[in-house]
Design a protein around this ligand. Structure first.
Ligand SMILES: [Zn+2]
Length: 225
């Protein structure tokens, strides 16, 4: 039996809904297939916002506090974070829903970051535990040392690496999902609760994709990420 095309399309849409798959080739308006992480639908940054955010990013070292050293290669956690960054890059390379695009992250000693990359810096002397502005992520060496000290009570080195991954991926979530543009639009000084929850979910998805256990995420939250 040959079904009319419209019937086939309706049936496929119903099946797609039931399977939580947004697959439809039934005409205009198709959004393609969902992949892991796409549920974190992010807002799109327009040209003037991009320029404003890049300017804020260029000035962001001043926001971190006086005398801050962000030469990542001097961090005791450089190798750990380099491994964590490497583990998220294959998943970031697959994201097609982020605009301007994010094709990966890179651990840097100095700006500028490459276009379409998230720059990650490991900093000593930061006042915050972690800080993200647009596509730049700053992680505090002092905070990571605190996590290291706390880790024996949470499962040792495996929990420590998991906690570092949660912190790094949470901040990369703020960066990839354009949360700084959201702040800019409402004049907020901090990310709001929905953004924090979205960044947490991004981190969980990234850790799952990277094959990193979640056992350190609660330690990171308890320590104040
Ligand atoms: Zn956050």
């Amino acid at each position: 039996m040959v079904l009319p095309v419209s019937y086939v399309c309706r049936a496929r849409r119903l099946a797609s809904l039931l399977l939580f798959l947004a697959v439809s080739a039934c005409g205009a308006g198709s959004h393609g297939q969902l992949t892991v992480g796409d549920k974190n639908a992010n807002l799109t940054v327009n040209f003037s916002e991009k320029k404003a955010l890049e300017k804020m990013e260029a000035n962001s070292f001043a926001d971190l506090g006086p005398g801050v050293d962000c030469a990542s290669s001097r961090s005791p956690y450089y190798n750990d974070i380099a491994w964590i960054v490497d583990r998220i890059n294959p998943a970031l390379a697959l994201r097609t829903d982020i605009l301007p695009p994010v094709h990966g992250a890179q651990l840097l000693d100095n700006p500028p970051r490459s276009d379409n990359r998230i720059g990650v810096y490991l900093c000593s002397g930061m006042s915050a535990n972690a800080y993200t502005i647009y596509r730049s992520v700053y992680l505090s060496n002092d905070f990571m040392a605190k996590l290291k000290t706390a880790s024996p009570a949470w499962g040792g080195n495996e929990a420590f690496i998991s906690a570092l991954a949660f912190v790094a991926y949470h901040e990369m979530g703020h960066a990839a999902l354009n949360h700084s543009a959201g702040k800019l639009r409402v004049g907020a000084q901090q990310f709001d609760l929905p953004q924090e929850l979205q960044a947490d979910q991004f981190a969980y998805d990234a850790m799952a994709a990277a094959g990193i256990g979640l056992n350190g995420s609660e330690m990171a939250k308890a320590a104040g990420i």
